[in-house]
Design a protein around this ligand. Structure first.
Ligand code: PEP
Ligand code: MN
Length: 340
């Protein structure tokens, strides 16, 4: 980090800053300019609390140089990570192929899930999504089928070969969900549930981490860092839209997150255009835009009867719309040297 002193700051104030820097176990390199003095702090200050220096008298600002996350950053790993959708090593996300995970918002019944699973598989999906534990805003809304839903997902995998991606909402559910799922989804509302992040970091299945609806990209990457710091490097970052003042969409899908996350991190980036817009008629365009922007995968809500879906019907596309979308993204993928 660089500590910038205020114009007119005193030698005593500068000495105090130097004292604090050395107390942190770091080295100081003072540069006296014509108008200002700055202290370049030398050493690994990633885990030091720079806010301590921000309020010291005579200090104008502290400019960080290293990102606060490490394992998730490009500094430690230049090449892109390839994360398997299914262990040991099937359908990897982060390579040339854009993987597509599709399925209902919630698992509702055997017939519903099988019908959708076969349809998305037929159209070229490699993963099956579906919530068995649902984070609902209203406690009286459908909360998911629980373990029965997980059993149905496992059955759908057996029938179709699709990798199962499903949400885990609590630390106590991790063992159970790990038993059935190929990828554990940590939802937007749990992005900063640090106990849950630690728990999914301590189990072997890959994790699809959603960005919190009001989280910055730095906070998002620090959440990924929690999982990786526990020893699980198989983390995929999923942008699913953030809260803004807009009301023509449910969330504002921040597609610039794709190139920006690729710039600072080696982890693959997935786009969820369903939670990302809340409108089924916007999904197709956002899928094409996401692939054009370099997304490594898409996760999409598909329902065979959206009007009667238990959850998120308004943003769910039909199997036919899904198949049409798959065809249209193939052309976009080819234009950006990818394939679907
Ligand atoms: C979902 O995928 O259905 C879901 C609830 O996602 P999010 O956590 O992004 O809201
Ligand atoms: Mn949903």
């Amino acid at each position: 980090m660089i500590v910038v002193m205020k114009p007119g700051s005193t030698q005593q104030q500068l000495d105090h800053v130097i004292h604090l820097v050395r107390e942190m176990g770091l080295k100081d390199h003072v540069i006296v300019g014509t108008e200002r003095t700055v202290v370049a702090v030398v050493g690994n200050d990633r885990f030091k609390d720079r806010t301590v220096l921000e309020t010291v008298e005579g200090v104008e600002k502290v400019v960080p140089i290293l990102a606060p996350y490490k394992m998730a950053s490009k500094e430690v790993k230049k090449e892109r990570s390839l994360i398997p959708l299914m262990l040991p090593d099937k359908a990897r996300i982060g390579g040339r192929k854009v993987q597509v995970i599709a399925g209902p918002c919630s698992v509702e019944s055997r017939q519903q899930l099988m019908e959708i699973a076969h349809a998305v598989k037929e159209a070229g999906a490699t993963g099956l999504r579906g919530g068995a534990f649902k984070p609902r805003t209203n406690p009286y809304s459908f909360q998911g089928m629980g373990e029965k839903g997980l059993e149905l997902l496992a059955l759908a995998r057996q029938e179709t070969g699709l990798a199962v991606v499903t949400e885990v909402m609590a630390v106590e559910q991790v063992a159970l969900v790990t038993k059935y799922a190929d990828v554990l989804q940590v939802g937007a509302r749990n992005m900063q549930n640090f106990n849950l992040l630690n728990a999914v970091g301590e189990q072997p299945k890959p994790v699809l981490l959603k960005r919190g609806m009001s989280a910055t990209l730095e906070e998002f990457l620090l959440a990924a860092e929690y999982i990786m710091a526990k020893g699980n490097n198989h983390v995929m970052l999923c942008e699913r839209g953030i809260r803004t003042y807009e009301d023509y969409v449910r969330n504002t899908l921040a597609l610039a997150a794709v190139p920006e996350l690729h710039r600072v991190s080696h982890l693959p980036v997935i786009i969820d255009p369903s939670q990302g817009t809340g409108k089924s008629y916007l999904v197709d365009s956002m899928c094409r835009a996401a692939v054009a922007a370099g997304a490594d995968a898409l996760i999409i809500e598909v329902h065979n009867d959206p009007e009667h879906a238990f959850t998120d019907g308004a943003q769910s596309i039909t199997p036919q719309q899904f198949a049409d979308m798959m065809n249209s993204i193939k052309r976009i993928a080819a234009a950006v040297d990818r394939e679907v």
